[in-house]
Design a protein around this ligand. Sequence first.
Ligand code: IPE
Ligand code: IPE
Ligand code: MG
Length: 220
Amino acid sequence: MKLSIVPSHVAIILDGNGRWASKRGLPRSQGHYQGGQNLFTITKEIRKLGVQKLTVFAFSTENWKRPKEEVDYLLTKPIEIFETRKEELDHQVKFIGRRDRLPQGMLDLITDIEKRSEQFDDTFVLYVAIDYGGLEELIHVAQNNEVKDIESLKQALMQPHDVDLLIRTGGEIRISNFLLAQSAYAEFYFTKTSWPAFSKKELFKALKVFEKRKRRFGGL
Ligand code: IPE
Ligand code: IPE
Ligand code: MG
């Protein structure tokens, strides 16, 4: 299984957790739990394939609209999952998004994981977007007086790197306010497979599709 072209930055909208669980007669939270576990599996696989940056959408600025019980689960359960598996994180991890509305436990986790991961080089970096929204990010950019051209604009973004391949699991064909500016020339891949069921095989299929895309960036 070889790839001749590998995207350097892959972004994934981790969607379909709730429906995955409901279909199996389980509470939605079970889908989020399995989704959290799958993040570790796919991160390892994507790294093996030679991808250098992976940005995942874990909680959007719009997800606060969900019932309190689900929001609480989404902002506390990952603490336990990351705590029990943090030894496996042998690469840099960064978090993007607003920090002013997150519960203290999540803030402590972010600080701990980021700090721990500083010992690793940046050959592979996992970015986790929590309380992130592409429009919210533009407000952040608009408040930066140093933005003079496209290069400085990119540097002012929470995620300064262009996306090569954007994957969305769960069947919806939309971007839901994720990495708007960074996806300006991204290739898109949508799959009906829900995030907890998104396997190594599915990942490889997405990268195979990317390999065949002709990227022109407005040129010929
Ligand atoms: C994605 O799964 C996780 C988050 C948005 C936090 P969903 O919770 O949106 O699952 P579906 O789309 O309702 O199945
Ligand atoms: C997008 O999924 C956000 C995350 C995966 C974190 P949603 O389930 O919130 O998106 P919509 O509501 O279907 O657009
Ligand atoms: Mg969803």
